[in-house]
Design a binder for this molecule. Structure first.
Ligand code: G
Ligand code: MN
Length: 236
């Protein structure tokens, strides 16, 4: 896993990291997940790859000298939601790293959730009963039945970068749209993270719209665990 910082708004302190899988290939260099995860899904390897990623990420974050409130986010794929042993696997990653469950967040896209909603919901409820929080990833870029947002299953809403970029348009409706999503999430008790923030202008827009957290190249690129340790040792 590589790690990308998540900062709180408006103070820009590192409050979390998201583990993002990368294939560091001896001759091809760093291969992004979009290029190998679809194949791993076809071959059935994706579940093992995901579990190995969570395990390593938990160990890395547990070993960092950071406040106990810094969280780790990991990504779940649709195949993980189809796995009866999902919650026990996550529990075992936490236990072997000695990482408290309240420091872990699992992120699921709307599309992965929709493969079989009732099953996804049961699996995520089991994960949540460990004390782990659940985030909707890339919100606004997939399709979701809005009633599912109100089930109490989700702790965090991650707003897709496309909605963040949209706020730069001269049409003020794009800002109203972001404000509306944030207010909907807040009224349902969710924390809101803006994804893919790259510029000062975007940061101002997401802050003004009421987002609680931000993530994106403005605060840090996904980095190796060595670079992450150096960053947090330097105080972020
Ligand atoms: O689906 P999810 O949001 O987990 O995926 C995060 C992906 O987005 C990562 O592959 C990461 O490299 C990429 N990413 C992270 N921050 C930014 C950003 O500021 N801009 C863009 N374009 N991509 C980003
Ligand atoms: Mn994610």
């Amino acid at each position: 896993p590589y790690f990308q910082p998540v900062v709180s708004l408006p103070d820009l302190r590192i409050v979390g990291v998201e583990a993002l899988i990368r294939w560091v290939h001896p001759t091809h260099g760093i291969i992004p997940p979009a290029e190998f995860i679809p194949e791993a899904e076809r071959s059935g390897l994706v579940r093992d790859i995901d579990a190995a990623t969570w395990r390593q990420a938990c160990a890395t974050v547990a070993a960092l000298d950071v406040p106990l409130t810094v969280t780790l986010s990991v990504n779940l794929s649709a195949a993980d939601l189809d796995f009866p042993q999902l919650a026990p696997t996550i529990d075992s990653c936490l236990t072997s790293a000695d990482l408290p469950a309240d420091r872990l967040i699992v992120e699921v896209t709307e599309t992965a959730l929709s493969q079989d909603w009732n099953r996804s919901r049961r699996r995520l409820e089991a994960v949540r009963s460990l004390g782990v929080r659940v985030a909707v990833d890339d919100f606004g870029a997939g399709h979701m039945y809005l009633d599912r947002l109100g089930t109490g299953l989700f702790d965090i809403l991650k707003i897709d970068r496309s909605l963040v970029v949209l706020t730069e348009s001269t049409d003020t409706r794009s800002v109203r749209l972001l404000e509306g999503v944030v207010s909907l999430a807040h009224s349902l008790g969710m924390t809101v993270t803006a994804e893919g923030v790259e510029t000062a202008e975007q940061e101002k827009r997401v802050l003004d719209a009421g987002c609680d957290r931000a993530q994106g190249y403005r605060y840090g690129y996904p980095m190796s665990n060595a670079d992450l340790s150096t960053l947090v040792a330097a105080g972020g």
